[in-house]
Design a binder for this molecule. Structure first.
Ligand code: F6R
Length: 609
């Protein structure tokens, strides 16, 4: 998730672009860059790290022009560095890009064969080279962009300038956000509305497959084939803070709704459906090394630890390797038995959690391979790991983790596929089936989000409760723990997650008519058992909020509230059942008037023991 800004008009482009990038820094801050076009010349300035560094570069070496593009980067392909910073340039063409080009390696090879040399590790640079390649022969900038975009597969929002085409900018969108702003004789393009709100409130929303050409004081929207599309701008009335949250009341809600895109980005370019395998670029472990693994530790804290618990089910089922899951603050002090054939897997959204980092160092000191799953590419944990799987959730600003959690589950599934295939414990056919289910996931998450209104009504009914219980069995138990943690964190209501079968061994004493019990009961091998546990709750007058899937709806009669998520393979069901629980916690917190995005006593990145 990066931020792009473009400007064509009468003012100094750099000022406008920098101002826009400042408002998009929430989308990434690994590096930033700008390019301007003036008098047949393109000037580029880039810097690693936050925008402040770029501003310093620009104060020493300013650039001028009334046409410019800029970018703030959240690293996906290639580590954060000046070389990998956008804009990327090739033979008079300069590009900023948000998204992931899935077939970039294939295109890179073709372009190399035609004599193109690449400077960065990014997928974006191939777009500049592709456009250059077509422009060289046709001398038609807009046509060259069209041809280039027809070749790329994946998600993109791009803004492109050409040295030989004064005051012309082309932008296009496929799967990544892009909005256009119209001012007085000037035009803006950006990943998000806040970037242009101080200049215009007249916003045109582009759809996937649309392209816009700015030039000669006007703009023209077409599809990729060049057919004209009529669009009219909407007047935006949001205040700037609301705009930063994309119109959502809180970052947490925005991030809950970003999950379909975050999951799609985490999958992009990683599924080789035909071969029935997963491609994990940074894993750095050969088939032989994976075959030699005797046992796995998954180590993490908080929400990431809940993802780790789901990971145990996936890895043990499909890879037949014993997996231990540890809380990082315990692992580091318990003298764990890590051997040369142990794989230690660290899960961390931030990559900076002190306990998880210490656990990583402990595992490394003892030997074996250390791999991390992380959402921040260049943070400490991936830097110190032998291999890394990046989740591509984009920055998570709400303190309560949502999209980082569900993308960790996706990354764990991909890792399971890779290890399972390397050891042949997972057949190519079963792996292909899992890949198919993964590809359906973003759409099913969208369908799950449609439960929002129903969940808000349930939240109203139960917001006054003092305690909640969350029950689940198997891989739904970690989802129950995660649901309870979300509620505790942001609503300050006491909540416990329990394996449903444990209920009768103690917690059942708590059940009375005051106690809401959230029961996760999708149809699976243990759903009948969970149903019995649910009946035990109802027999003691407890209030049941059941979360099931389309196949389980019929056996959940007589519950107080029922939430039905789409059916998906059992391996991925914790992703779908977690989402209503995120929304339930969110709505209860909003109704109670707590600080949802920055709950008391909590921090986003816990860098102390
Ligand atoms: C809960 C939450 C925390 C984190 C935990 C570990 O919503 O966000 O429990 O999961 O502090 O953080 P990371 O994943 O950054 O290591």
């Amino acid at each position: 998730m990066c931020g792009i800004v473009g400007y064509v008009g009468v003012q100094e482009a750099t000022t406008i672009v920098l101002d826009g990038l400042r408002r998009l820094e929430y989308r990434g801050y690994d590096s930033a860059g700008v390019a301007t076009q003036q008098n047949g010349c393109i000037e580029i300035r880039r810097a690693e790290g936050k925008l402040l560094n770029l501003e310093k570069v620009l104060s020493e070496r300013p650039v001028q022009g009334n046409c410019g593009i800029g970018h703030t980067r959240w690293a996906t392909h290639g580590r954060p560095s000046e070389t990998n910073a956008h804009p990327h340039y090739a033979g008079g063409i300069v590009v900023v890009h948000n998204g992931i080009i899935e077939n970039f390696l294939e295109l890179k090879e073709i372009l190399r064969g035609k004599g193109h040399n690449f400077n960065s590790e990014t997928d974006t640079e191939i777009i500049a080279h592709l456009v250059e390649d077509y422009y060289k022969t046709d001398k038609d900038f807009v046509g060259a962009v069209r041809k280039a975009l027809a070749k790329v597969r994946g998600a993109y929002a791009v803004a492109i300038l050409c040295e030989q085409e004064p005051a012309t900018m082309v932008a296009a969108k496929q799967g990544s956000p892009l909005v256009v702003g119209q001012g007085n004789g000037e035009h803006f393009v950006a990943s998000d509305i806040p970037a242009m709100l101080s200049h215009t409130r007249e916003i045109t929303f582009l759809e996937d497959g649309e392209m816009v050409v700015f030039g000669g004081g006007g703009m023209e929207v077409t599809d990729l084939a060049g057919n004209l599309i009529e669009k009219s701008p909407k007047t935006i009335t949001w205040d700037p803070i609301m705009a930063e949250k994309g119109g959502y009341k809180h970052f947490m809600l925005k991030e809950i709704y970003e999950q379909p895109r975050a999951i799609a980005d985490t999958l992009a370019g990683r599924l080789t459906e035909d071969e029935g395998d997963a491609y994990l670029e940074g894993l750095n472990l050969s088939d032989q090394q994976l075959q030699a693994v005797d046992n796995i530790f998954i180590v993490a804290c908080g929400t990431s630890w809940h993802a780790a618990l789901v990971g145990k089910f996936l890895l043990e089922k499909h890879c037949r390797i014993p997996v231990d899951v540890d809380i990082a603050s315990e692992f580091r002090y318990r003298d764990p038995i890590v051997q040369s054939n142990t794989l230690t897997l660290l899960l961390s959204q931030s990559g900076e959690t002190a306990d998880t980092l210490a656990a990583l160092r402990e595992a490394k000191a003892k030997g074996g391979q250390v791999v991390s799953i992380c959402n921040v590419v260049e943070s400490s944990i991936p830097r110190e790991s032998d291999g890394v799987i990046c989740t591509h959730a984009g920055p998570e600003i709400g303190v309560a983790s949502t999209k980082a959690f569900t993308t960790q589950l996706v990354a764990l599934t991909l890792l399971t596929m890779r290890i399972g295939r390397s050891r042949n414990s997972l057949s190519a056919e079963n792996c292909r089936d899992l890949a198919q289910e993964l590809l359906k996931l973003p759409r099913k998450v969208e369908a799950t989000l449609e439960l929002n209104d129903q969940i808000e009504a349930i939240a109203r009914e139960f917001m006054a409760a003092q305690d909640f219980l969350y029950l689940g069995r198997g891989n739904q138990y970690p989802a129950a723990l995660e649901g309870a943690l979300k509620l505790k964190e942001i609503s300050y209501i006491h909540a416990e997650g329990y394996p449903a079968g444990e209920l009768k061994h103690g917690p059942i004493a708590l059940i009375d008519e005051q106690m809401p019990v959230v029961v996760l009961v999708p149809e699976n091998a243990t759903s009948e058992k969970v149903l019995s546990n649910m009946k035990e709750v109802q027999a003691r007058a407890g209030k049941v909020i059941a979360v099931t899937d389309a196949n389980g709806e019929s056996f959940c009669d007589n519950v107080d509230s029922l939430l039905v998520v789409p059916k998906i393979t059992d391996d991925l069901m914790p992703i779908l059942t977690s989402i209503p629980l995120q929304l339930l916690a969110y709505h209860i917190a909003v109704l109670k008037g707590t600080d949802v995005d920055q709950p008391r006593n909590l921090a986003k990145s816990v860098t102390v023991e």
